[in-house]
Write a protein that binds this ligand. Structure first.
Ligand code: S3P
Length: 165
């Protein structure tokens, strides 16, 4: 069974916090983006370039459903809440869903030079902020807990999550 599911915008630390939690709990870490890459046999950037975002989202839903049959700490991709089917899966589960929240300006600074995040370059800072604002209520709909990660290290965020569980 999954122990916890991390959701939140790109660059909020889902993968790093997931790694710390997995090490602390001695449990596997599952990264949804990595599972998508393995399933597709290519990078996320390449999936977007070859097949577009709609195809990427379909793959993401398929891989999310499979992840619910696994054990460990699940880090999702920032757009997992875009799909109503995914939101329903996340809302209905009894597994804690933790929303990691970081301000969009900080996110843009972290990710503006990251070649692996095709959406960030496409959107620019203004577009990223708009997308962030649109998604906040979607994360809130699925989350059982919200943690602000702006000024905290992944270790501090992990400790806070461990206290919640
Ligand atoms: C996306 C976030 C990415 C990745 C893809 C799309 C998004 O995951 O799934 O590039 O739509 O926000 P991270 O949140 O791990 O960067």
């Amino acid at each position: 069974m999954l122990d916890v599911i991390l959701v939140g915008f790109m660059g909020t630390g889902k993968t790093t916090v997931g790694e710390v939690l997995a090490a602390n709990f001695k449990r596997p870490q599952i990264d949804l983006d990595d599972e998508i890459i393995t399933t597709a046999g290519k990078s996320i950037k390449q999936i977007f370039a070859d097949s577009g975002e709609v195809a990427f989202r379909q793959l993401e839903t398929q891989v999310l459903k499979q992840a619910f049959t696994k054990n460990g700490i699940l880090s999702t991709g920032g757009g997992v809440v875009e799909s109503a089917a995914n939101r329903e899966l996340l809302r209905q589960t009894a597994i804690p869903v933790i929303y990691l929240q970081t301000e969009p300006a900080a996110i843009f600074q972290r990710l503006k030079s990251d070649d692996g995040r095709p959406l960030v370059q496409q959107l620019g800072e203004v577009g990223l902020r708009k997308l962030w604002q649109r998604r906040v209520p979607l994360y809130q709909q699925v989350a059982t807990h919200t943690i602000t990660t702006d000024t905290r290290t992944p270790q501090q965020v992990s400790q806070q999550i461990q206290q919640l569980l």
